[in-house]
Design a binder for this molecule. Structure first.
Ligand code: CA
Length: 516
């Protein structure tokens, strides 16, 4: 083996460079047609924050810049279901809102009426908590804290669910589906054993059947990448004979595994238990930038999967792929999460923070401290997803808003580069630095192609003289900035030095058992 030549390992980094802004003109948007889309397939959007947003002065505009009613715009663009979360009592002892839209049942009624005016039914997402419920926390509402499960809490859940749904019904709201809890991964309403979780769900289920007998009843979990957990939860619900129709999941491709895995897990549950399946939440970033001075859950530099570029085209490809995955396994729908939670202002943090506190338009207000001192009470702030919306930072519809309609027919566009992938190169400081002629590109249909690249001039002698170090080398490919992460290393001459490769033939092994 000659070490004159530099040992080169070229890998496409998981991290993709963001697409250039302004590249995805509406007429250039590529939309893959979703095949075998079932009749009545739900193309939903969660807009739970909308009332707090509007109270904060947010306005929504169509792609031409005309101010419009959000619900009318969603309906025109093919959304056929509006999801809204419901918290029991998201207010502190002085009546100040916890934030996140201050979504109690009164807000849900208001949103339901607005949706109904646009001809849209609701998916009601009961958290059975006073604030955010997710795999990390499922706190019981203040009023139900410490209640005896059978004597007090179960009747309280049933009565509360019945009262809420009756309010919606009295307001003329159409309810297509009701969720018994939100991302209830082994916890719900302060309960942590499945017998009690079932009792809470069963109480809700009975109320739904009574008030909205035609509505579908859904359960909702997160982390489908853990298929065994999903199988276990589905079997527990079957063991207790919970009366429900839809096994729902969140699916965020950053954290939740592949679509193939999602299809495998959900279709197995659908077949085994005779349930419908649906993606209750998904979303994707159109930019890595933050629009409201309050950090986002997804941006540059985090550790997560990025199977699509952060661009409007990336959003469309993500959503159509999820819809296709559901259509492939006979799923009943996909719901986009909080696609209208745009910045309440773009001038300053101070200006925005005042609105988040007053109107509850941030993910949490400081007033959540009483209820959730360890999370919301510490890290309260604005929208953590203003880069995953279907509207830009000023509230104007992005071209991706049209995807709900366009995925039914498809829309062709010339094949073009959407983004470049970063590449990584390891070079021996004693070898030769050979930069690659091409870099991998992500095309607008999310296929991959290698494109020619011209790198900026490098001083090879200086790089080698500087010893072990890392550099970002820039270049140009398809008119875009290409980046190569160059690591100057001292090559390790020991083959399989960590014994992690199964082939250990390069090592001579002797057995010292019994020796001192
Ligand atoms: Ca933000």
């Amino acid at each position: 083996m000659s070490f004159k030549k530099c040992m080169v390992f070229l890998t496409a980094a998981a991290l993709l460079l963001s697409a250039l802004p302004g590249m995805a003109e509406e007429n250039a948007l590529y939309v893959r047609k979703v095949e075998n889309l079932p009749e009545g397939f739900f193309l939903g959007m969660d807009v739970s924050s909308v009332l707090a947003e509007e109270a904060s002065g947010v306005k929504y505009y169509d792609a031409s810049g005309n101010e419009r009613d959000l619900f009318a715009m969603l309906s025109e663009n093919g959304v056929n279901l509006i999801r809204v979360r419901v918290w029991n009592d998201p207010f502190d002892s002085q009546g100040r809102g916890y934030g996140g839209g201050n979504c109690d049942i009164n807000a849900a009624v208001e949103i339901g009426k607005r949706a109904a005016a646009a001809g849209l039914p609701l998916l009601v997402d009961f958290h059975y908590s006073d604030f955010w419920a997710d795999p990390g926390k499922q706190m019981a509402p203040k009023a139900w804290k410490g209640m005896d499960i059978d004597e007090e809490k179960v009747p309280a859940v049933e009565e509360y669910t019945r009262d809420c749904l009756q309010k919606l019904k009295d307001a003329g709201v159409s309810v297509a589906m009701v969720q018994l809890g939100n991302e209830t991964n082994g916890m719900l309403c302060g309960e942590k054993i499945w017998m009690n979780i079932y009792k809470i769900m069963n109480a809700g289920s009975k109320a739904v059947r009574e008030i909205y007998p035609d509505a579908l009843i859904a359960v909702h979990f997160a982390n489908p990448e853990n298929g065994d957990a999903y199988r276990s939860w589905a079997s527990k619900l079957a063991y207790y004979h919970l009366d429900y129709d839809v096994f729902g999941t969140s699916y965020y491709p950053y954290w939740h595994g592949t679509l193939d895995n999602l299809k495998t897990v959900l279709s197995e549950i659908a077949d085994t238990y005779g349930k419908k399946v649906m993606v209750m939440e998904t979303s994707y970033a159109w930019t890595a930038a933050d629009g409201d001075f309050s950090g986002n859950s997804i941006g540059e530099g985090g550790v997560y999967d990025k199977p699509y570029p952060f661009s409007v085209q990336g959003q469309v490809n993500e959503f159509t792929d999820v819809a296709q995955a559901m259509a492939d396994i006979g799923g009943i729908g996909v719901c986009y999460w909080e696609g209208a939670w745009v910045p309440v202002g773009t001038a300053s943090w101070e200006e925005n923070a005042a609105k988040w506190e007053q109107y509850g338009s941030g993910w949490a207000a400081s007033y959540a401290w009483e209820y959730d001192p360890n999370d919301a009470g510490k890290y309260y702030g604005g929208s953590a997803c203003d880069n995953q919306t279907l509207f830009d930072f000023s509230g104007k519809a992005l071209p991706s808003l049209a995807m709900f309609n366009l995925l039914k027919t498809g829309q062709d566009a010339p094949l073009r580069v959407e983004a470049l992938e970063e590449v990584t190169l390891y070079c021996d400081i004693n070898g030769e630095i050979v930069l690659p002629d091409t870099v991998p590109a992500v095309m607008n249909d999310n296929s991959r192609q290698d494109v020619a690249v011209t790198w900026d001039q490098i001083d090879e002698a200086a790089l080698k003289a500087a010893g072990v170090a890392s550099y970002a080398i820039h270049g140009t490919a398809d008119g875009r900035d290409a980046v190569l992460n160059l690591h100057m290393v001292k090559y390790n001459f020991i083959a399989n030095g960590s014994f992690e490769d199964g082939d250990r033939s390069m090592w001579k092994t002797t057995d010292h058992a019994g020796a001192d």
